[in-house]
Structures are given as C-alpha cells and as structure tokens.
Design a protein around this ligand. Structure first.
Ligand code: THU
Length: 131
C-alpha cells in the first residue's frame, strides 16, 4: 500500500502542472487503486469556463484508462497557500462515489503538511447510485 505521505507528495507534485489561468487555483489529485497503483491528475481550465475539468476527474480517468476499478485512497491538494484542507467539490464527490466503497479514504491536504481524512459517506451522505 502506498503510504499517505507518498500519495500526498504525488498530489502536490502534479498540482504543479495544473492549467488554471482563469482561477489561478491549482489542484492536484492522486489515487491508489485496488491493485495498489498510483494515478494522478490536475485541473485543466478553458476559456469557455464550464469546459474546465477538475483534478479528481483527471485522476479518475487515468485510473480507468489503466483498468483500475476502485478508489482505495484519493488525496486532493488545492489552492496552495489560499485555503486549508481542499475538500473535493460537489461534482467530484459524486465522481469519487462511482468508484468508492465503504473503505475508501479521501485525504484533503493542507499546505502546512497536515491533512484531514474523510469517508465518502461523510462527504456525500445518502448519495445517488444505480443498483
Ligand atoms: N477544482 C478541482 O480541480 N477540484 C475540486 O474539487 C475543486 C475545484 C478546480 C476547478 C477550477 O479549475 C479551480 O479548481 C477553481 O474552482
């Protein structure tokens, strides 16, 4: 299992590649899948604002592309120096939910080096999913 510290470092590292000229709010996400593999993604904005993609969506796409099925852990690093722990936006909570189970951990990273841990049930209670 990839250690929390390594996952957090991966999220911070990929955040460096974020394309966010409109918000200047860079986000990186790093996933450990059920096979113990690492997947990363950053936000990619667009001049047509609604077309921008979140970091979590990119990391999930990376996981799915490589055949990953479940998110064991996902670390999110956002807005260096601007806010505390960056929790996933509402849409990304639903995206994570799709590949989560009761053991999935979401790490919201604080740039002081600390983080907070959440379950998907905490972030998205009574969520919508198909049987
Ligand atoms: N953003 C993410 O990448 N993930 C989130 O969970 C929150 C928001 C991005 C979207 C946009 O590019 C920027 O952060 C500001 O909202």
């Amino acid at each position: 299992m990839i250690a929390n510290r390594k996952l957090i470092d991966a999220a911070k590292e990929v955040r460096e590649n974020a394309y966010c000229p409109y918000s200047n709010f860079a986000v990186g996400a790093a996933i450990v899948d059920e096979q113990g593999r690492l997947h990363v993604g950053c936000n990619v904005e667009n001049a047509a604002y609604p077309l921008g993609n979140c970091a979590e969506a990119a990391a999930i796409a990376d996981m799915v592309r490589e055949g990953g099925k479940r998110i064991v852990k996902i670390a999110v690093a956002g807005g260096a120096g601007r806010i505390g722990p960056c929790t996933p936006c509402g849409g990304c909570r639903q995206r994570i939910r799709e590949f989560a189970d009761g053991n999935t951990t979401i790490l919201a990273i604080d740039d002081s080096g600390d983080w907070q841990e959440y379950s998907i049930e905490t972030l998205l209670p009574a969520s919508f999913h198909l049987p």
